[in-house]
Each structure stands twice: as C-alpha cells, then as structure tokens.
Design a protein around this ligand. Sequence first.
Ligand code: H2B
Length: 112
Amino acid sequence: MTTISELAARRCTPLKGEQHRLPATDVKAFLAALPGWELVEDGAAIRKTFRFPDYYRTMAFVNALAYVAHAEDHHPDLGVHYDRAVVRFSTHDVGGLSANDFICAAKTEQLA
Ligand SMILES: C[C@H](O)[C@H](O)[C@H]1CNC2=NC(N)=NC(=O)C2=N1
C-alpha cells in the first residue's frame, strides 16, 4: 500500500515519452492514498478543489503551490477563485498521468 507521506517524500524527475505513463493499477493505488482527488478527462488528469475562507488564504495556498511546482519542475493547471483553488495535474510530456502528478498532488495536500 502506498501512503501519502511516501508519495510526498519523493522528488519529481524529468519524464518524457508515453512509456512513463502510469499503468491503471498504479493510478488506482496512488489515487487511494490521496483523499478527495479524482480522475478526470478519461484518466488523463487528476483534480481536486481546495476551499478557503477568503481570497487571502486562497492566494497564500496558490503561492505556496507555485513554489513547490517550481522546486519540482512540475506544474499544475490552476483555477483560482475567491474562496477556492481547483488544482489539476497531468504530465503533458507523457500525454497523461505520470508518477510526478501523484508526487505533486501529495505535496499539495501537505500545504492545504
Ligand atoms: C523540461 C521540464 O522538466 C518539462 O518541460 C516539465 C515542466 N513541467 C511540467 N509540468 C507538467 N504538468 N507536465 C509536464 O510534462 C512538465 N514538463
């Protein structure tokens, strides 16, 4: 069983090519470790909405996430609203989900 702490302790690595796309069994196991994250776009991405009391706290989260994304060189798509941020991870370099998406989702959980 993979835990969220195990995923969050890993570092992203540069991955290119569809051979790095995660098999469905790994996707299922990693997703089970990440509360509230859902598979979207026919399994090509994962997404979660994080809710906050106000804009200031939403932006604090988004800025912390931007820092993590820069440090890991793996970047989420973000929908930023007054009281929530919609975070989507997918790896365009592999054309779907890679381990990097789940590592960054776990690091995102640690910020929220
Ligand atoms: C060279 C660099 O590692 C790549 O361009 C990285 C940058 N950040 C990335 N972020 C995401 N979400 N997917 C990628 O394929 C990706 N590729």
